[in-house]
Design a protein around this ligand. Structure first.
Ligand code: SF4
Length: 370
């Protein structure tokens, strides 16, 4: 059997997802974030491939814009969406270039493919992977760098346990068995905030990683691939064909008659939701009052605990804000017009003023149900 870090992770998150992708070989539609991430990887690969004649920032950005994926590859929501992604990429590349030029290390490998062999119950299995970049830092020290375009930067503790980085360390050691793990820096480079998180592994940690991979393979071999629905379903590209979601999509395969039933259900749920929220508010107020009176910071029922959270409500004197920030041209940054309040004010304004305000208003079409 062939596995990879992502297929092991897919199995851990949901065996059914693994089955769709690895056994039935159904391609998961890529999200825009995933296509964007792959494209940024390609651009950085192109940039470092030109070692030692690295392109200038201008050349890098020109290459990025010229090869920007076609609209059908990205699945943009609209032109604005496409422009936002394009500009985000420019911003990430500019800050990456500024922080990493001139290069302080020597690039040894780019997109280095590796295969690790595992013996599970007498059968051979393979784990393959690709390391974005391997650098020499001098003094027999090396760095594995994996680029990330996602938003979430893990803590140091999580990075120290990151399975993907441990697998990369094993991948490199497979080529250079004499290398000591302590001489390998394992880095995740987050392009969005421009942050690099670096970690190390010990030989014993890597032994545990091998065990973890073997257990993962064994679990796949034994599995009946029962789906395990979770929050991750919201990002799963197989949702439309997943048995867990079958009824949901049958219901949403609508005819005119069914839609009117759904509209009724929507309003009935909305009403219940309103009542529930009102009740929650009332309960919270009563508990708060009791805790305040009795100076209690934490209170428990049989099913949960509420804790006192302290904070401050901050208000500003609006006239002083206008007087101070107006002449500095910073007013717009801090003031936002509240649409609901504006509508109320408009009702009361004389027509001449109303006209001026309405002329300053910009309307955009938003397609949503209300
Ligand atoms: S939709 Fe959810 S349950 Fe179905 S395969 Fe995807 S992750 Fe698993």
């Amino acid at each position: 059997m062939k596995v990879s870090y992502s297929s092991l992770e897919a199995f851990k998150n949901c065996p059914q997802k693994y089955k769709f992708s690895e056994i039935e070989k159904i391609k998961e539609p890529k999200t825009r974030e995933a296509v964007f991430g792959s494209y940024i990887h390609e651009i950085l690969h192109w940039f470092y491939e030109n070692d030692p004649d690295f392109p200038t920032l201008e050349e890098l950005l020109d290459h990025y814009k010229e090869n920007w994926p076609k609209p059908d590859e990205f699945g943009w929501k609209n032109n604005k969406d496409a422009e936002n992604y394009l500009n985000e990429g420019i911003r990430q590349l500019e800050s990456f270039y500024t922080a990493n030029t001139p290069l302080q290390s020597v690039i040894l490998e780019l997109e280095k493919h590796f295969i690790l062999d595992f013996d599970v119950n007498g059968e051979k299995h393979h784990l393959s992977g690709i390391i974005d970049r391997v650098d020499s830092l001098g003094n027999n020290r090396y760095e594995i760098i994996d680029y990330k375009t996602g938003k979430r930067v893990p803590s140091q503790k999580d990075t120290d346990k990151d399975l993907q980085l441990s697998i990369y360390a094993l991948g490199l050691l497979n080529f250079w068995p004499k290398l000591e793990p302590k001489n390998i820096d394992l880095s995740l480079y987050f392009l969005k905030p421009g942050l690099k998180v670096t970690s190390k592994r010990t030989a014993s940690h890597l032994e545990k990683t091998k065990q973890e991979i073997k257990e993962g393979i064994l679990n796949i071999l034994k599995s009946d691939f029962t789906p395990t629905p979770s929050k991750l379903c919201d990002w799963c590209g197989y949702r439309r064909r997943c048995p867990v979601w079958h009824d949901y999509y049958v219901q949403t395969n609508l005819t005119g008659r069914k839609v009117s039933l759904l509209v009724d259900e929507y309003f009935s749920l909305q009403k219940k939701n309103y009542q529930l929220n009102q009740r929650l508010k009332e309960i919270k107020e009563q508990i708060n009052e009791y805790c305040k009176k009795n100076n209690i910071a934490q209170i428990s029922g049989k099913t949960g605990t509420l804790k006192k959270v302290s904070g401050k409500r901050i208000t500003y004197n609006i006239n002083q804000i206008i007087e101070t920030l107006g002449p500095l041209n910073r007013l717009e940054q801090v003031l936002m017009v509240n649409q609901k309040v504006m509508e109320e004010v408009l009702q009361e304004l004389p027509d001449s003023f109303k006209k001026i305000i309405l002329a300053a208003r910009k309307e955009e079409d938003l397609d949503s149900l209300n």
